[in-house]
Design a protein around this ligand. Structure first.
Ligand SMILES: *[C@@H]1O[C@H](CO)[C@@H](O)[C@H](O)[C@H]1NC(C)=O
Length: 253
């Protein structure tokens, strides 16, 4: 009887264990863009008290993550109570011929475009919001909490300010609003962290290009996400931020 009870308790514990899943590109993925760089998702577990499964894949866009079945894998993996953080945009820009990654340009679910691929065929593509919202809905239906996070800034400065914003930031914000999910303006929070550190320090985070961070840079980007999350106030992921996460630098925007 006691044994059966403890087995049951263990099972209940296993079933209730929550997981944070990450979907994104090289700026989030393990190993980043190669050459000693790393993605911010690798550093996020330091700031949470529940496990993180980093399913970010370098080179992906909202569209290619969807069309290659990676979003489906994620939908299949999540269970009630889990969290999913989605962040795309670096590989979603316009391309001619089509590169399998670009999205139809525009802010809205229903936007489509017909583009020509490398083989000369005309194909129909959809918007950034379409690919992401189609993944969000089944995750929500399974009882997962989805957080949409805006794309990280590139290391390009004007005076003492790193460049922030852009259409993929706007698109992510619209998805958050339309889907009634938590939106973390990661782009702006990284911008704040970088401006406070200054360009000389931030340049050391970018050994190869203006996109992929060193491990130290990826940690700053992870901290900026945690700051944005804490400032979002209503997320039910906040109780899972540990003391190191509570202590990340900078304030609410
Ligand atoms: C937001 O909702 C409006 C109204 O339903 C829709 O037209 C638009 O495409 C949606 N935008 C996004 C980003 O989903």
């Amino acid at each position: 009887m006691l044994f059966a009870l403890s087995a049951l308790l263990q099972l209940a514990c296993l079933v209730s264990a929550q997981t944070v899943y990450l979907a994104g590109d090289s700026t989030m993925a393990k190993g980043g863009g190669g050459g000693g760089t790393d993605g911010w998702g690798v550093y996020l577990p330091q700031y949470l008290n529940i496990p993180v499964v980093n399913m970010a894949v370098g080179g992906t866009s909202a569209r290619s993550y969807s069309e290659s079945g990676l979003f489906n894998n994620l939908v299949n993996a999540v269970k009630a109570g889990d969290f999913v953080i989605i962040e795309f945009g670096h590989n979603d820009a316009h391309a001619n011929p089509d590169n399998g990654k670009q999205d139809a340009v525009g802010d809205g679910y229903d936007i489509t475009a017909v583009v020509t691929n490398a083989a000369g065929q005309q194909i129909l593509i959809h918007s950034f919001a379409y690919y992401i919202e189609n993944a969000i809905n089944p995750m929500k239906a399974k009882g997962a909490t989805v957080i949409i996070s805006s794309v990280t800034p590139d290391n390009i400065w004007t005076g003492n300010t790193v460049g922030v914003g852009g259409r993929f930031v706007d698109y992510a914000q619209s998805i958050g609003r339309n889907e009634s999910i938590i939106y973390v303006d990661h782009n702006a929070y990284v911008g704040q962290a970088y401006d406070n550190l200054g360009q000389t320090t931030v340049n050391t985070f970018y050994p190869n290009d203006h996109l992929h961070t060193s491990p130290a840079g990826a940690n700053v980007v992870a901290q900026a996400f945690v700051r944005g999350l804490l400032c979002s106030k209503t997320s039910n992921l906040i109780p899972h931020v540990n003391s190191a996460g509570q202590a990340v630098p900078n304030g609410c925007l």
